[in-house]
Design a protein around this ligand. Structure first.
Ligand SMILES: [Fe+2]
Ligand SMILES: [Fe+2]
Length: 199
């Protein structure tokens, strides 16, 4: 998928920028186990800069497309429609959380690869990445619930001969996998880099 390749590329670009600054340090070696200091919460200070911290267009479009297809799956009715509704119930707050703090720091990747972000964006991204780190287990558990609902959707959509909905369910599963393998770690990496806690 083209957007997936692009995301991997920007992540690599960020890694190169980090290496250029922190010569000789291991970058991802113990990434999952080390502490991330980050800035701690308090919304008002960064509200102005949040406006400038945008989810990358490709990701935003991906979420919107999935939303649209899910809404369409619900309207087909029958067991497929019911199963799609169950997916929507599991997905709603999860998507909201992703768009609130898990994905916007990725909007800084290009800037970081090329230069310096402004102070407000920097602070907001650190705060959001820190929030993702705290919420990580919950986000992964939600993926588990979403996956279960999608498996059910696949089963009933096959039974009701709805290949479009089967394909959609597989794409949403793949979306979650991309988040776990690339996007969430990239957001944590942005926060860690900006907070200067690479050690
Ligand atoms: Fe998502
Ligand atoms: Fe997700």
């Amino acid at each position: 998928m083209r957007f997936r390749t692009a995301l991997i590329l920007v992540t690599v670009l960020l890694a190169v920028a980090v290496i250029a600054r922190l010569s000789g340090r291991p970058l991802l070696g113990n990434f999952q186990h080390e502490g991330t200091a980050g800035a701690h919460g308090h919304g008002e200070k960064t509200s102005q800069s949040r406006a400038g911290l945008k989810i990358p267009e490709a990701l935003k479009a991906e979420h919107e497309e999935l939303h649209k297809e899910l809404a369409a799956a619900i309207t087909v009715g029958g067991e497929t429609g019911q199963a799609a509704q169950a997916v929507a119930d599991a997905l709603h707050l999860h998507f909201e959380a992703e768009e609130r703090f898990a994905l916007p720091p990725l909007g800084l990747l290009k800037t970081l690869a090329e230069g310096e972000p402004d102070a407000g964006s920097r602070e907001a991204a650190i705060e959001m990445a820190s929030m993702l780190k705290r919420e990580y287990p919950k986000m992964l558990a939600e993926h588990g619930e979403i996956k279960k609902a999608l498996e059910k959707l696949i089963t009933v959509a096959k039974k009701e001969s709805r290949p479009g909905q089967v394909e959609f369910a597989h794409r949403l599963m793949s979306h979650a996998q991309t988040e776990e393998e690339v996007l969430y770690p990239a957001t944590l990496l942005v926060g860690r880099f900006l907070a200067g806690t690479d050690h």
